[in-house]
Design a protein around this ligand. Structure first.
Ligand SMILES: [Fe+2]
Length: 305
């Protein structure tokens, strides 16, 4: 299965390749590091996003800037996880894949319990953020803070990520609908000195080097509804793909909720077919819902994914 072209998207601070094709139905938004108040996300979650699970064009949305109570379950999940992170920080630990085992274990248990509770309670508010694209999988930023980011990813049938690392962050992958398959890899070190390589014309690309180290597939793990997978760099690399047979009837794909702690600002994409490793700034198709300001930029960016 060929990797989807729209993997690990980009931020607004980075150069963007000009579009070479008409904009796709889904949007790509530049990452705006200025935080939108949580109330706006609550507003978006509660009423602003109309095209759930549709894969069709989403119209521009005028986000009402007036304060709104933050009651959406997905935001409550974010706050629950944030509290667990804050507890570890208060104990003197730094949140990353290198934190001591006892702290990491507490955090792991807390994240899994919080997500499990969200799933078991049958919440569906995540669907208000979910949108697919026929060309590539789609990343929707639910929210982020210094400690972590929460991202909803919509996987259409046949779509998958490139093999990638996690930049010393924790990565929890939780399936909300359908299923995904995690392909785990080990990688060797290159026997020769790395050389600059021609970088792919994708948004957010910082650099590329060659050669790509040897990748060895060490396992394929299905993750079903309510299931959680975890990885950090000490455990290897991975790619994720839609479990096509697990797609719910009538829906265009599968959906997973990812927690990266801390937020991943640079990711390495391993591309053995091009014998290179690309360093890229991840980005998002939507950020805390969609607003009209972002829509214009998104229309330009989506074609270059
Ligand atoms: Fe990953």
């Amino acid at each position: 299965m060929a990797p989807a072209s729209g993997v690990e998207l980009v931020t607004s601070q980075t150069a963007v390749s000009p579009p070479s094709a008409p904009a796709q139905s889904n949007t790509m938004l530049a990452v705006d590091t200025g935080a939108m108040p949580a109330s706006l996300l609550a507003k978006s979650l509660s009423s602003q996003l109309p095209s759930l699970m549709s894969g069709v064009a989403t119209p521009p949305i005028n986000v009402d800037p007036s304060p709104s109570p933050c009651t959406a379950p997905l935001l409550e999940l974010f706050q629950t996880i944030n509290s667990a992170m804050e507890e570890e920080i208060a104990r003197g630990f730094t949140i990353n894949a290198h934190q001591p085992p006892e702290s990491a274990a507490r955090l792991d248990a807390a994240v899994r319990a919080a997500v499990a509770a969200y799933v078991e309670q049958g919440h569906s508010d995540w669907r208000q953020l979910a949108a697919f694209n026929e060309q590539h999988y789609v990343r929707h930023l639910v929210d982020e803070c210094d400690s972590f980011e929460m991202i909803l990813i919509c996987w259409g049938k046949g779509q998958q990520s490139r093999v990638h690392n996690h930049a010393n962050s924790h990565c929890w992958l939780n399936v909300l609908s359908g299923g995904v398959e995690e392909l785990r890899y080990s990688s060797g070190t290159s026997p020769v000195e790395l050389q600059p390589a021609v970088a792919p014309r994708l948004p957010g690309v910082i650099a590329a080097t060659t050669p790509c180290p040897l990748l060895v597939l060490t396992g394929v793990t299905p993750v079903g509804p309510g299931g959680t997978a975890y990885i950090n760099d000490s455990m290897g690399l991975h790619a994720v793909r839609c479990a096509d047979d697990a797609c719910p009837p009538g829906e265009p794909g599968c959906v997973s909720l990812h927690i990266y702690a801390p937020p991943i600002r640079r990711v390495k994409l391993y591309e053995p077919e091009d014998n290179r490793v690309t360093t890229r700034t991840p980005g998002f198709n939507t950020i805390r819902g969609i607003d009209e300001e972002h829509w214009q930029l998104a229309s330009h960016l989506s074609a270059s994914l």
